[in-house]
Design a binder for this molecule. Structure first.
Ligand code: ADP
Ligand code: TYD
Length: 224
């Protein structure tokens, strides 16, 4: 194994991921880690082009899943695996759990097909034993869809997913909950309805417990 650490941020749109992700990168850098902050779909020039298609163009569910996994393959090969091999911290705004939640839960797409794609795309090169790359830790921001919609209202122009009704996000949340139940050791469930400061504390406590941050983490200005 590498000494790198792979952390993903997950949750429905408007749950508060973007608000906290940069601060976590800053806190880890302040404690001497090299951090790659990235996102999905995206994270490479090719994957960002695929992101623009997925977020803006109408397409059927299999096409959508294939484009997302194609973007993920490029992202893993170009960015995530090399950074982990160098012993760095990779923080990604979403990863494969989002596909199970949005395409699987939200769109109702076949979970077996997603599992097959996951095995192919996330196979770790040059390793015996069919290792499938997964985050070491997934911070799952949990928030009622009605509250998330309230937070997003007026905050930005909605994309193909953000413009979906509350019922879609209820299914997305269920998709996330199912993934969390299947891998409880990997997930930390964050009460995202709490204040920004309280959410920040839940995040840093989780990393302190894993020995990835020392206890002395100042609260960033914007999250107090
Ligand atoms: N704990 C919180 N309490 C209240 N508002 C919040 C909280 N966290 C984030 N917000 C606000 O909610 C909106 C959506 O947050 P954002 O971080 O962009 O969500 P996401 O990245 O998960 O879609 C932003 O306007 C942000 O300032
Ligand atoms: C990674 C991923 C994202 N998505 C969706 C969820 C989001 O609505 C959208 C983009 O995610 P996100 O980067 O969170 O959007 P923003 O920067 O506007 O907050 O893509 C999927 O449907 N499947 C996936 O596998």
């Amino acid at each position: 194994m590498t000494n790198g650490i792979f952390i993903s941020f997950e949750g429905i749109d408007g749950a508060g991921k973007s608000t906290h992700i940069e601060s976590l990168a800053t806190a880890l850098r302040a404690q001497g880690r090299t951090v790659t902050l990235t996102r999905e779909p995206g994270g490479t020039p090719l994957a960002e082009k695929l992101r623009a298609l997925v977020l803006n163009d109408a397409m059927d569910a299999l096409t959508e899943a294939l484009l997302i996994f194609a973007a993920r393959r490029d992202h893993l090969q170009q960015v995530i695996e090399p950074a982990l091999a160098r012993g760095e911290v990779v923080i990604s705004d979403r990863f494969t759990d989002a596909t199970f939640a949005y395409q699987g839960g939200g769109r109702g797409f076949d979970l077996r097909v997603l599992s097959t794609l996951e095995q192919w795309v996330q196979a770790v090169p040059a390793r015996e034993g069919d290792l499938v790359r997964q985050p070491d830790l997934t911070l799952l921001f949990e928030l009622a869809p009605e509250l998330a919609a309230e937070r997003l209202a007026g905050a930005r122009v909605p994309d193909r997913f953000e413009s979906q009704p509350v019922e879609f996000f209820r299914q997305v949340a269920q998709g996330y909950a199912d993934r969390a139940s299947a891998s409880p050791g990997r997930f930390a469930r964050i009460d995202a309805a709490a204040s920004k400061h309280a959410v920040w504390q839940q995040i840093t406590n989780t990393l302190v417990r894993r020995g990835w941050l020392s206890i002395m983490v100042p609260t960033p200005e914007g999250l107090r």
